[in-house]
Design a protein around this ligand. Structure first.
Ligand SMILES: [Zn+2]
Length: 505
């Protein structure tokens, strides 16, 4: 057992408490109660597996029906004594909270067990079996933390604290809510607002793990920012609105004290994106008010923060809002704020590609965004084509080292992309698919031609890492013996030599 686990283990009781056992019996395995019936000299007797009483039945109990035990009043399923019980067993999964044994005022623990009862043997001696699968420790001391150990034939610390509820794939999964209430009583966890956060996996493991690490969960929930806590719990967007580690509340919301007050007053209907925009614009010279942000970026605008982030690299939020308002009023193309923003973002990216100076208002805020965007789009396309063309030419120059010939054949690199495409068309194979990789240097395409027909595609070769990976002719045909011999010559002249050099280095 390692030292860290030993420390953690001190918080846990040495044995399974009576409370857990009672909870399992009364709740998790509540339906695991049977009356086994048998006849002795025409008299029917029953045996209750819950209270272990044997009794004479009043009537005729039937196999697989249900009845109430006359002693303990449990609802029980009836089973024939003589029936095969090979597969009769019941299973459950339980999460149970308790106070820490050593820090009962500041730490709580939780244990997860698989539990089962197996009735295949003597049904008067069936015991509940407990298989511990996870141990959790939640500490609220400064700094708080959450730890989880999982059972893998030995206790191993888990990378992240997580619930096993979904994995348990057991229809009888239960977490004792009463055990939570009792465990947190008198600890800081009782103020954690745990009961305000519905859990899809109702064992609250994720919640207490979050709270242990970030006690601001409590104040965020209480002040009305429950959204962010839920979002954090369920991996939804929090827009970086929250500084989870901050101590002071205004720092948690990344605001000055005055701005925090404005937000608290304008909380009603405030959504996370609006809050984020308010936070981001505070350092601008004439920032919009919270009210202006709320009425401009209404719910119907949707989530446009990604697009806005590109715009806000160059523009203040106030100016961006003014510009968008004008474009929507004056331009036929954009009816919605989000449609306009997507076009504006794309336009800005075009300007970046074309190295236009976005510090100029005339460029950043074009009078007619739609027209200007059409123009930059075609410029960008030309530029990209040009870049590809230049790349191909450079490649062709660099690959001249592979040029080779004998009396009958020549081998040379393609001069441009069109040549590769033509090669594929003429020879009816798929080399054209490699054109892009070739231009980017990921692979190398070479043409083999007959010396007396140098313009006519004949065989195509691919080289990767100084090795020939394939040589294909018409319709992917393999090399003739003659071509093979030429390729062998090429290889010993151009490829093996290189390798020797590489080894020599
Ligand atoms: Zn009973």
């Amino acid at each position: 057992m390692n030292q860290a686990y030993k420390e953690c283990n001190k918080h846990f009781p040495k044995s399974i408490s009576q409370e857990i056992k009672d909870y399992v019996t009364e709740t998790v395995l509540r339906d695991s109660r049977y009356i086994f019936i048998r006849r002795v000299a025409r008299v029917q007797y029953g045996y209750c597996t819950h209270c272990n009483n044997r009794f004479r039945t009043t009537g005729d109990l039937k196999h697989n029906n249900s009845t109430e035990c006359p002693h303990c009043r449990s609802k029980c399923k009836i089973k024939n004594h003589g029936m095969s019980r090979k597969y009769l067993s019941d299973h459950g999964f339980v999460v149970y909270y308790e106070k820490s044994k050593i820090n009962p005022d500041s730490a709580i623990i939780a244990q997860a067990f698989r539990v089962y009862r197996n009735y295949s043997g003597d049904y008067t001696k069936v015991e509940t079996k407990y298989v511990a699968v996870a141990r959790y420790l939640f500490e609220s001391d400064n700094p708080g933390r959450a730890t989880m150990y999982e059972w893998w034939g030995g206790w191993k610390e888990a990378q992240s604290v997580h619930s096993l509820w979904a994995q348990s794939s057991c229809s009888n999964s239960r977490c004792s809510i009463d055990s939570i209430k009792e465990a947190i009583q008198g600890t800081p966890f009782q103020y954690s607002t745990w009961d305000q956060h519905e859990q899809p996996q109702p064992d609250y493991i994720k919640f207490f793990a979050l709270y242990s690490k970030y006690p601001v969960v409590e104040i965020l929930t209480k002040v009305g920012f429950k959204y962010f806590v839920s979002a954090k719990l369920f991996d939804q967007k929090t827009y970086s609105c929250i500084n989870w580690r901050a101590k002071q509340f205004h720092e948690v919301l990344r605001l000055s004290k005055q701005d925090l007050n404005l937000v608290l007053k304008g909380m009603k209907g405030l959504n996370p994106m609006q809050l984020r925009l308010f936070q981001m614009s505070r350092k601008d010279s004439a920032p919009p008010t919270l009210q202006e942000i709320k009425s401009f970026f209404t719910k119907s605008v949707g989530d446009v923060l990604n697009e806005l982030n590109v715009v806000l690299k160059y523009s203040s939020l106030r100016k961006a809002m003014n510009y968008m308002g004008k474009q929507i009023r004056n331009c036929e193309t954009y009816r919605t704020c989000s449609g306009l923003l997507i076009a504006w973002r794309d336009y800005i990216r075009d300007c970046e590609t074309l190295e236009l100076d976005l510090a100029h208002d005339l460029i950043l805020y074009p009078k007619n965004l739609h027209e200007e965007h059409q123009r930059t789009m075609s410029l960008v396309k030309t530029k990209i084509d040009e870049i590809a063309r230049m790349k191909m030419i450079k490649r062709a120059e660099a690959l001249q080292k592979y040029a080779f010939e004998d009396q009958r054949f020549i081998i040379r690199p393609p001069g441009n992309a069109d040549e590769i495409i033509k090669e594929g068309k003429t020879l009816n194979h798929c080399v054209a698919r490699y054109a892009d990789d070739h231009a980017r240097g990921k692979t190398t395409i070479l043409f083999i031609r007959l010396k007396d027909k140098p313009e006519c595609p004949y065989y195509t070769m691919e080289i990767k890492k100084n090795e020939i990976t394939q040589t294909r002719g018409f319709k992917n045909s393999a090399m003739t013996d003659e071509v093979k011999r030429f390729v062998q010559k090429f290889k010993s002249h151009k490829l093996t030599e290189k390798r020797k050099e590489a080894v020599a280095k």
